[in-house]
Design a protein around this ligand. Structure first.
Ligand code: FES
Length: 143
């Protein structure tokens, strides 16, 4: 069996929503200390809806595929829905990732959260802090 699904290969080879949004409303940058990979997500938000999203990922193929899929999953969605996106859902949408690559999808979940938090902070919007836990990246892998 191939290690990576067709969808992973497709999103790795033809990543969607790559780039930057110069006047982004929220920017989230996260990294994985172990592998050194970095993911940055830009959000354009109108009336609590993500009207545009772009990403830049300096990382492995699974991280690039995860970012690409995650941006597709949250584009056009309300912030409340984007906040519910888990790395597991990203991996499932990619028809799975190998177990040792699940942490790559965690970066996508965290980068989106960080970008939404940045938007809330910049605009003085109140939010439930428990939605944005500070955590150890190794603990948040939902397989
Ligand atoms: Fe670092 Fe995939 S190996 S994010």
């Amino acid at each position: 069996m191939a290690l990576y699904s067709e969808k992973v290969m497709d999103h790795f080879r033809n990543p969607r929503n790559v780039g930057e949004i110069p006047d982004a409303d929220g920017i989230g940058e996260v990294g994985n200390a172990r592998c050194g990979d970095i993911m940055k997500i830009y959000l354009k938000i109108e009336n609590d809806v993500i009207v545009d999203v772009k990403f830049n990922t300096f990382g492995c193929g699974s991280a690039i595929a995860s970012s690409s899929m995650a941006t597709e999953l949250i584009k056009g969605k309300p912030l409340s829905q984007a906040l519910e996106l888990t790395n597991k859902a990203v991996a499932e949408a990619l028809d799975g990732l190998p177990a040792h690559k699940m942490h790559c999808s965690v970066l996508a979940e965290e980068a989106i959260r960080a970008a939404i938090k940045d938007y809330y902070d910049k605009n003085g919007i109140e939010y439930d802090k428990s939605q944005f836990p500070e955590h150890d990246e190794d603990e948040e892998i939902h397989e």
